[in-house]
Structure formats: structure tokens, C-alpha cells
Write a protein that binds this ligand. Structure first.
Ligand SMILES: Cc1cc2nc3c(=O)[nH]c(=O)nc-3n(C[C@H](O)[C@H](O)[C@H](O)COP(=O)(O)OP(=O)(O)OC[C@H]3O[C@@H](n4cnc5c(N)ncnc54)[C@H](O)[C@@H]3O)c2cc1C
Length: 495
């Protein structure tokens, strides 16, 4: 388990030692296992933690609406803890290079530290900023970030980046990632000088006039301590049947750690270590299989990030370039029906409504809703990706891009384009009792499970007895599933 680390240096502090180290905080909003903070504290100087809201809103990694709502609260929680621990805590808005220069100048900061990020626009900026400050005489130190293995650590036998998950995962396990956690650290010298700072509420994050953010934030508990609690709960309650039930949305066994992982409120190494610790306690073959299934998902996350790092073009164009020529459809009404969960296909509508209500959707249903959009409706994966980007609290450039390109068939190691999920069959298989559909589509709550995933096949009399009037209180399907499938096969094979 991590040690508490308090730096005590009984040395005579020179003026330079009174000057702070500035740690640029990004999506690493935690005090446990935060290598940049630990290393800064270890220098024995005061430490300023600085968050910059980057005003380059067109950057692909600039957070979407739901993620901003999360971010506002995450900054509040992180900042409270930072000040309690004696760190200087500053939030500013602007172009990072200008803000960093200003803060270093105002504080006489001697060093600039940060944990690395992997989004292409972030990587480019970080390289430029590192060069600028080093030329100006401020040493810049960067540390491993939110991945178990840095993307440049793992290549296939030919020396190329992996493009297929199974050999990647095998190599990953053989390479044994360094999961040693940085000890939690408190600065020996608190930073006491007043510095101008914005509050999280002053940033353009949570729209005050909308009701939606309030609803979402009642569902989730944001912050590092909540993230650690969620992990503990998952290890005690979800992990033991994760592998068997992870595809069943009504079972709710998955960890729901994705937003915490995205914002770095929990360390990926802590997740990995705690799952392994739990497995050591219950080391029967069934428990090991459940833990393996979970660690494999973390593997997909690592893979998605490595792919984005090595092929940065995928955030705007398909990995398989031939998909550029697919004749995607456009119809504002259909897109709206999909976004609002009114397609008339119950499992799709349940998923899209879950997304709207809680800013999150179960993985199996993400696959079903995404497949329905790109295949049955023949809309570009970009449309779906951008809706998810704006509505998911866990919106993550690597995972979102990877998921959409995978389901479309245009990504790395993708599902073949002719594999078209039938949403009725998927619903019957993964929500056999219809519990998930009934939770999010209450109009269908009286429909028995034989028809819950295909109400249009029931007789009008039966529907009336279940209080369902198709086209009135629940939509008729906006597309005939067979016709949609044929249309997609034709369009995709022409590419
Ligand atoms: C179209 C589509 C879009 C997606 N967009 C995102 C996104 O923006 N952000 C995001 O975090 N995940 C995304 N995913 C992956 C996955 O759906 C979520 O990570 C998962 O549902 C989060 O729930 P959980 O934390 O309970 O997952 P668990 O099943 O408990 O998994 C644990 C962790 O592993 C990682 N993980 C799990 N599945 C995947 C996966 N398929 N790919 C990559 N990482 C995975 C996540 O970090 C997750 O928190 C997307 C999947 C699809 C099909």
C-alpha cells in the first residue's frame, strides 16, 4: 500500500529554495500516485499546483459539455485538498504558454513539472512548451501519466506499433508494466503568498441556466475520495462476477470508473494494484477469470491510447482510409431521434436516454447504439462520436475515437464492416427480461419480455392492453431493420 511521504529537510534554505516548483495539473486531478507532485515535493521547495483552462476550444481534446460539468466539480475537490495540504493552488484561463510564463514570473518558480498526456494536440503543445521554457532557462521535468505503459514502450517484433489487440495484450502482460505508485506527498514548506486565481465556477464549464448538469451531478459523486471509494466498492461487490455479467446492462457490475480514470481522479496503477490484491485474496480460478476480464478492459484502454499516440490522424479521419468515400446519409430528424432516444428500437432508445440522464452509457449498449447509427441509419461515425463527446462525462479522445472506428469497421483491429448488430437480437441476448429497457423507456414498462425488444410485432390489441400506442406515445421504428442492414452492406462494400 502507498506510504505517506512528508518531506523534512533540515537544511538551511537558500533564497532559491524558497522559490516554488510549479506543477501544471491537467487530467491528473489526484494527490495519490501523482508522480509530478511527488517529485516536486521531493525537491524540498514550496509547490504551486496550477490548472489552466485552455482557451483553444477547437482542439480535439477540449472537453465537451458533460465533461465540463464534471471538471468544474473535480477542480473544486482537488483544489480543496491541495490547499489543505499546503500547496499553492491556482486556476487560470488562457493559452498555456502565456499562463505558465506569467505564473513562473510572478512566483519566481524554478522548475516546471507535469505528468504526460497523450492526445495529439496535447503532445504537440507539450513538446513546444518544453522547448520554449528550457530555452528560457526553466528546467522542465515530465513524468509518466495516466497509462500503465507509455505508448513508446511497446512495439511488435518488427518494431512497429501494434495494430491488433490480442498480440498487443500478450506483449503488454509479458512486459510487466511498472505499477509502483508514487507516495502521497505534502510539501515541507507551505506556499503562503497570495496569487490571483479563478474559482472553478468562473470558468466556462457548467452552464448555470440548464437543469441537466444538476441532474447528472446528483447521479455521480465527483472527486478523488469518491473515486477511491468507487474502486473499493467495485473490488468488493462487482469484480467477483464482472466477467460473467459485464455485458448485461441491467446487472450493473461494471466499475463505472471511466470518468474518474479520464480525469485522473484515480490512478490507473492504483486500479490495477487493487484488483490484483483482491485477486490474491480470492485466488480460485473463477475469481482469477473475473479479474482477468477486467484487466483486459484496462488493456483496451491502453491499446486505444497507444493507437492514438502512434496514429494521431485517427482523431479526425478513419484509420482505414478507404472509408473516406462511404456515402453517409444526413437527415436531421433521424439524427435527432437517435440522440433523444426516440428511434422506436427499445434497446437503442434506452441507451440514448441513459446517456442523456446520467452522462454515461453501458459499454454493450454503446456498441449497440453506435452500430445502429453507423449501419442501420448509415450516418458517419463522426456524427456519433461528436454527440458522445458532448454528452459523456467520461468522454475520452482515445477511447471514444477507438470505439466509434471499431464499430464502424474503419479503425485498428475493427469489427468487420459486414458485422451488423441486430438491436433486437442484442436486446434479447443482453437484456433478456427487458429490465434495462423498462428502466429508461417507461412507456414500455407493461410490455412482456417476449415483445419488449420488438413491440411493433405485437398486435394492436395487445399493445393497447399494455398502454402502448405506436406512433403516439412511443415511436414506430424509424428504419426497417432489414432494409437498413441491406443499405449499409451495399454502401460499405462500394467504398
Ligand atoms: C462507441 C463507443 C464509445 C466509447 N467512448 C468512450 C469514452 O469516450 N470514454 C471512455 O472511457 N470509454 C469509452 N468507451 C469504452 C467503454 O464503453 C467505457 O470505457 C466503459 O463503458 C466505461 O464503463 P466502466 O468504467 O463501468 O467500465 P468497466 O467495464 O468497469 O472497465 C474499466 C475501465 O476500462 C476501460 N475500458 C473498458 N472498456 C473499454 C473499451 N472498450 N475501450 C477502452 N477502454 C475501455 C475504461 O477506462 C473503464 O473505466 C466507448 C465505447 C464505445 C463502443
Amino acid at each position: 500500500m502507498p506510504r505517506l511521504f512528508i518531506v523534512q529537510k533540515k537544511v538551511y534554505l537558500s533564497t532559491a529554495m524558497n522559490r516554488p516548483v510549479v506543477v501544471w495539473i491537467r487530467n491528473d486531478l489526484r494527490h495519490h500516485d501523482n508522480p509530478a507532485i511527488f517529485e516536486a515535493v521531493s525537491r524540498g521547495q514550496p509547490v504551486i499546483l496550477l490548472y489552466i483552462f485552455d482557451t483553444d476550444l477547437n482542439a480535439p481534446s477540449s472537453p465537451g459539455g458533460a465533461a465540463r460539468v464534471w471538471l468544474e466539480q473535480a477542480l473544486e475537490c482537488f483544489g480543496t485538498q491541495a490547499m489543505r495540504r499546503g500547496f499553492g493552488w491556482v486556476i487560470r484561463e488562457g493559452a498555456p504558454v502565456d499562463v505558465l510564463r506569467a505564473v513562473l514570473r510572478e512566483t519566481g518558480g524554478t522548475h516546471l513539472f507535469w505528468n504526460r498526456r497523450y492526445e495529439p494536440d496535447g503532445v504537440i503543445k507539450d513538446d513546444e512548451i518544453k522547448e520554449i521554457f528550457e530555452l528560457e532557462g526553466t528546467p522542465v521535468n515530465t513524468f509518466r501519466g495516466n497509462l500503465l505503459m507509455e505508448p513508446w514502450q511497446l512495439f511488435n517484433k518488427k518494431g512497429d506499433p501494434f495494430q491488433v489487440f490480442t498480440p498487443y495484450w500478450q506483449a503488454f502482460q509479458e512486459a510487466r508494466p511498472d505499477t509502483c505508485e508514487a507516495p502521497e506527498a505534502f510539501p515541507a514548506m507551505p506556499y503562503t503568498k497570495a496569487l490571483s486565481s479563478l474559482s472553478p465556477q468562473e470558468l466556462p464549464l457548467c452552464p448555470k441556466h440548464l437543469n441537466w448538469p444538476k441532474k447528472v451531478t446528483t447521479v455521480w459523486k465527483v472527486g478523488e475520495s469518491r473515486a477511491l471509494e468507487a474502486l473499493e466498492r467495485f473490488c468488493l461487490e462487482g469484480l467477483s462476477h464482472y466477467g460473467m455479467k459485464r455485458d448485461f446492462p441491467a446487472a450493473e457490475v461494471t466499475s463505472k470508473l471511466s470518468p474518474y480514470l479520464h480525469f485522473g481522479e484515480i490512478s490507473i496503477r492504483r486500479v490495477w494494484n487493487m484488483v490484483l490484491d483482491q485477486t490474491r485474496k480470492n485466488s480460485d480460478s473463477l475469481s482469477i477469470a473475473q479479474a482477468d476480464a477486467f484487466l483486459r478492459q484496462l488493456g483496451w484502454r491502453e491499446f486505444a491510447h497507444a493507437v492514438m499516440y502512434h496514429f494521431p490522424r485517427i482523431v479526425t479521419s478513419p484509420f482505414r482510409e478507404e472509408f473516406q468515400t462511404v456515402a453517409w446519409r444526413k437527415n436531421a430528424n433521424e439524427l435527432k431521434a437517435w440522440q433523444s432516444g426516440n428511434t422506436g428500437i427499445p434497446i437503442v432508445d434506452a441507451g440514448m436516454r441513459q446517456l442523456w440522464q446520467m452522462g454515461w452509457m453501458h459499454n454493450r449498449v454503446r456498441l449497440i447504439t453506435a452500430s445502429f447509427l453507423v449501419k442501420h441509419l448509415l450516418y458517419s461515425w463522426r456524427e456519433g462520436m461528436s454527440w458522445f463527446w458532448d454528452t459523456l462525462v467520461d468522454a475520452d479522445l482515445a477511447n471514444n475515437t477507438f470505439g466509434w472506428q471499431w464499430i464502424t469497421g474503419c479503425g485498428v483491429d475493427p469489427a468487420p464492416f459486414f458485422r451488423i448488430f441486430n438491436p433486437v437480437v442484442q436486446g434479447q441476448r443482453f437484456d433478456p427480461e427487458g429490465a434495462y429497457v423498462r428502466q429508461y423507456v417507461p412507456e414500455l414498462c407493461l410490455v412482456p419480455h417476449e415483445f419488449i425488444h420488438r413491440p411493433w410485432e405485437a398486435s394492436v390489441e395487445d399493445l393497447r392492453s399494455w398502454n402502448v400506442y405506436l406512433g403516439t406515445n412511443y415511436p414506430k421504428p424509424i428504419v426497417d431493420l432489414n432494409e437498413g442492414r441491406e443499405r449499409a452492406l451495399k454502401a460499405f462494400s462500394r467504398k
